[in-house]
Design a protein around this ligand. Structure first.
Ligand code: GDP
Ligand code: IMO
Ligand code: MG
Length: 424
């Protein structure tokens, strides 16, 4: 096995950062293929916490090379800050991070427009990182790319053309006019900082794969936030699912050997949109407190609820998941009986996957399992789990119809019951 995709199987924040960091010790290269700095991937190593927004979560392994593929949208300010943080920690030598010259960039007016829209009627609870407007420019064929940061004349020309398309809407949105010269000066300077890292990453990754190197493709967000397959319009603006790894990293779909889907042992969602198993009031609050469910990018409290198997089953199918990595099992200890949503009912019909329309009207069909009170963070294998915790995990594996590859029982790298190496 040489190419593995790690993908979020829910609404994001499943623990992709932790799992990617764990698998990265076996990988030669880790590449991001979609999304931007809306992602917040948390790694905890020996009690120290790091959150990556753009740099792949393999970066703490000094031998692992990191690639930001052209399916992402790159905010140069965030990338330069993250590179600086790695350097400060003594973790970065120059050629270890590469960013695609073809990745589109997020500009200040993208961030401003995202924030202003979120104040209006159409708010969906975005991360306000400018992601939607940047992808709009990409598909609208008026975007600026990382490669343009290295070409001053072209950059100024493209920036003017791009702003000319947005400016008619600035008044209605309440946006300030952009000082083009100031933006050009700042971004061309950022471009110079990034110059050593800019590359044809598709060609680079193809070469790595041809040499038999182990490549890990790190998804951002989660399946239910996918632009095509998620809970539209309450979604992000990119292809999240494993199929996007090929286009977003610039590699053949035929080389992908394994797709690991990450799911929490329960469900969270941050931002608006339907969430059938959401717990309100005290129950939701308990889960949020137990799981420390606050956004890694925005700090917003995450909405919390029981595990949604129809959504997970959908993720298994649409991503072609070959393994399931189940995280945050420890959070459920001491919460009493646990519920799993095994199906939905909508207008008298039983559904085993989210419907096109009406997810906000479904009634979850629950199965109740006994909870456990033991602290499982110190467990070292699935066999060592208390019987009720083990039964819970095994039931999820059965309902999802996907082999369990890993169980995570704490935020730290070491709090992991690893059942199989995805590259083995
Ligand atoms: P990502 O976006 O998928 O990488 O996930 P986030 O980093 O946004 O959110 C997951 C949070 O859960 C982070 O704070 C992790 O440190 C934490 N975490 C990951 N796995 C576990 C686990 O098994 N148990 C506990 N208690 N926390 C975990
Ligand atoms: P990671 O990679 C959770 C959500 C936002 C909002 C919607 C659109 O850490 O799992 P956007 O800013 O992308 O236009 O917002 O998508 N969202 C995420 N939720 N985890 C993420 O990333 C997310 N990235 C975007 O909250 O509902
Ligand atoms: Mg996150």
């Amino acid at each position: 096995m040489s190419v593995v995709v790690v993908v979020g199987a829910q609404w994001g924040d499943e623990g992709k950062g932790k799992v990617v960091d764990l698998y990265a010790r076996y990988a030669d290269v880790v590449a991001r293929y979609g999304g931007g700095a809306n992602a917040g991937h948390t790694l905890v190593v020996g009690g120290d916490k790091v959150v990556f927004h753009l740099i792949p979560s393999g970066a703490l392994h000094v031998k692992t090379r990191c690639v930001i593929g052209q399916g992402t949208v790159v905010d140069p300010r965030v990338l330069v800050d993250e590179l600086e943080e790695l350097r400060t920690r003594g973790l970065l030598d120059e050629p270890r991070v590469l960013v695609s010259e073809r990745a589109h960039i997020v500009l200040p007016h993208h961030v401003a427009i995202d924030g202003l829209r979120e104040k209006g009627d159409g708010a969906i609870g975005t991360t306000k990182r400018g992601i939607g407007p940047a992808y709009e420019d990409k598909v609208g064929r008026r975007g600026l790319r990382v490669g343009d940061l290295l070409r001053p004349e072209l950059f100024a020309e493209k920036l003017s053309a791009n702003l000319a398309r947005w400016e008619p809407f600035f008044g209605a949105l309440g946006a300030e006019p952009t000082d083009r010269a100031k933006v050009a000066e700042e971004y061309l300077a950022l471009g110079e900082r990034l110059r050593p890292y800019v590359a044809d990453t598709s060609r680079y990754l193809s070469g790595c794969i041809a040499r038999g190197e182990k490549v890990l493709l790190e998804g951002a967000q989660g399946t239910m936030l996918d632009i095509d397959h998620g809970t539209y319009p309450y979604v992000t603006s990119s292809t999240v699912i494993a199929g996007g790894a090929s286009a977003g990293a610039g590699i053949s779909p035929g080389v992908i050997d394994e797709v690991v889907g990450i799911s929490k042992a329960y469900t969270t969602r941050v931002g608006g949109g339907p969430f059938p198993t959401e717990l309100h009031g005290d129950e939701g609050e308990r889960l949020r407190a137990a799981g420390a469910e606050f956004g890694a990018t925005t700090g917003r409290p995450r909405r919390c609820g029981w595990l949604d198997v129809p959504a997970l089953r959908f993720a298994v199918r649409i991503n072609g998941m070959t393994q399931l990595a189940l995280t945050k099992l420890d959070v459920l200890g001491g919460l009493g009986d646990l519920r799993i949503c095994v199906a939905y009912e909508l207008d008298g019909e039983r559904l085993d996957e989210p419907p096109y329309d009406g997810l906000d009207r479904v009634t979850p069909v629950y199965e109740t399992l006994s909870g456990w009170d033991e602290d499982i963070t110190g467990c070292e294998s699935v066999d060592a789990l208390p019987p009720r915790a083990r039964a819970y995990v095994e039931r999820i594996e059965e309902l999802a119809g996907c082999r369990l590859g890993l169980v995570s029982v704490g935020a730290d790298r070491d709090a992991t019951l690893r059942l199989s190496d995805p590259f083995a």
